[in-house]
Ligand binder design. Structure first.
Ligand SMILES: Cc1cc2nc3c(=O)[nH]c(=O)nc-3n(C[C@H](O)[C@H](O)[C@H](O)COP(=O)(O)OP(=O)(O)OC[C@H]3O[C@@H](n4cnc5c(N)ncnc54)[C@H](O)[C@@H]3O)c2cc1C
Length: 470
């Protein structure tokens, strides 16, 4: 096998190449193929990265080039989806789809327990109930103590599955559950964000046992992946330390408040709790990109285009004001489509069919970042492996839009470094002060908010600074 001291051939890559190129999302697909030589570990920025045997980390292989979701040599989302959903319609923003809906679960419990309308857990439960799968791999709270707050686990009962409902904006990885699926025969469903589901399909293409056993994939729409420092920062801003936090809920549900007013909720060792709305936290504006994984800068899949079905939040009125939570759903598998249609007819799901424009409208900011924003980022010089995307490089963008994408990019990169520095020097204010200034700049450009916003509106016309919105 060639080593990483030789010139880079894209047909063969190493885990280290992907990390050094800022393209490792931390999914663990490489570790799942390492035969025990690698493991996933949090790096100094609180992001999961491959670690372990040094030779394995730098060994370039064609297998990794074909299974790492950000590898330029791997099959892209269009190719994977075309293999799986031939015969369904296609939209450039949604990918293939047999149907799309907005709504929630009516069957008691699911909506209250879920982050949004509870449909992800309901569909997974339905697959279990109908004997279409024996188990579901999804992300659940960790065991506490020194372990991670959240981890992938395999649930074999509905009760176990339901205990893992809710969105976790936290680093998690697949290697353990992939190993378990190889070890334990059965039919599995996997829940994951778009790049993780892509990784699963790339692995399925390489390994017959995984292709036979992973029979359904449930995707979550995705804005970006956060680092573990996101919740550490919440802890600081809520007057505590991460060491005191025993459990956390990124989105405490409150039916009396709008769904898009996210509330972070921390349970502490001493039995008390702390909570605050994301909007009052220095890094709680999702669009500003705090703690975003650098690989997300090279993503072009918002709606988990390779998954049998994908779920998001209906971020448009009147749904975003409904604190009980509302899903948008893109269905691709005919079997799951039929299951959903039956449940609607039986009154177990309250779903209304919608068109592609409606779904795309709920993810407008995410699509801008992964279409026009990505097109521009692809023109930037970069070191290491260059990603190959379905979006063509383009500089055709107004000045203000460019500045918004640039500020977001800088906030993402510098939030990792500034938090590292504040942590190393035990001075939370170093990070929090920086984050508040960075947020003011971002919100000035994106929403014309604050003094910076007033200035930009004044200068807007002469400098061509039009085109706001995150
Ligand atoms: C990192 C991330 C970014 C997201 N970005 C967007 C976005 O930009 N726009 C949007 O509309 N929606 C986004 N979502 C999806 C959204 O937060 C909800 O998860 C989705 O609407 C499903 O809600 P639900 O009520 O149907 O799910 P629930 O019934 O609450 O079930 C959620 C299921 O997902 C599993 N799960 C939770 N976190 C993860 C994870 N990190 N990886 C894999 N599985 C997980 C749980 O174990 C559970 O099985 C994102 C989710 C994540 C994890």
């Amino acid at each position: 096998m060639p080593s990483s001291t030789e010139p880079l051939a894209i047909s063969a890559i190493s885990p280290r190449d992907m990390v050094a190129s800022g393209l490792c999302i931390g999914c663990g697909a490489c570790v799942s193929q390492s035969a025990g030589r690698g493991h996933m570990r949090l790096d100094r920025y609180g992001q999961l990265k491959p670690a372990g045997d040094a030779r394995w980390l730098r060994t370039r292989s064609a297998a990794l080039a074909q299974t790492c979701p950000f590898s330029p040599a791997a099959a892209n989302e269009d190719a994977l989806a075309a293999e799986r959903f031939a015969g369904t319609g296609r939209d450039d923003r949604l990918g293939h789809f047999a149907g799309a809906y907005v709504g929630h679960v009516s069957e008691p419990g699911f909506r209250d327990e879920g982050s949004s309308g509870g449909l992800t857990t309901w569909v997974a439960a339905q697959l279990l109930r109908r004997g279409l799968v024996d188990a579901v791999a999804h992300v659940a709270p960790g065991q506490g103590g020194d372990g991670p707050y959240f981890a992938y686990r395999i649930s074999r009962s509905e009760a176990q599955l339901r205990a893992g409902a809710k969105s976790r904006y936290h680093p998690i990885e697949l290697s353990g559950v992939i190993d378990e699926i190889r070890r334990v025969p059965g039919r599995y469903a996997i829940v994951g964000i778009p790049c993780f589901i892509k990784a699963v399909h790339l692995l399925r293409r390489q390994e017959r046992v995984l292709a036979e056993r992973i029979v359904h994939t449930l995707g979550l729409f995705c804005g970006h992946m956060k680092s573990a420092r996101f919740v550490e920062s919440f802890a600081w801003q809520l007057g505590t330390r991460i060491e005191e936090v025993v459990a956390l809920d990124y989105r405490l549900k409150n039916p009396d408040r709008p769904a898009n007013w996210y509330t972070a909720h921390l349970a502490l060792k001493d039995g008390t709790t702390r909570s605050r709305d994301w909007w009052h936290l220095a890094d709680g504006d999702w669009g500003a990109g705090f703690f975003m994984n650098s690989a997300c800068n090279s993503c072009d899949d918002v709606m988990a285009e390779t998954a049998d079905i994908a779920f998001g939040d209906a971020w448009v009125e009147p749904y975003s004001s409904d604190g009980r939570g509302t899903n948008v759903v893109v269905v691709r598998s005919p079997l799951i489509h039929a299951m959903i249609e039956t449940a609607i007819a039986e009154g177990r799901l309250a779903l209304t069919p919608v068109d592609a424009d409606f779904v795309a409208g709920t993810q407008a900011a995410g699509l801008r970042q992964r279409r026009e924003g990505l097109a521009w980022r692809l023109t930037w010089p970069r070191r290491g492996i260059r990603p190959i995307k379905r979006v063509a490089p383009s500089r055709a963008l107004g000045l203000r839009r460019k500045l918004i994408y640039l500020i977001r990019h800088q906030i993402s990169a510098w939030s990792h470094r500034m938090f590292w520095l504040a942590r190393a020097t035990r001075q939370p204010q170093l990070y929090i002060g920086w984050a508040r200034s960075a947020l003011a700049i971002y919100q000035g450009f994106a929403y014309s908010r604050g003094r910076i916003g007033v200035l930009i509106e004044r200068l807007g016309r002469p400098l061509g600074l039009h085109g706001r919105d995150g």
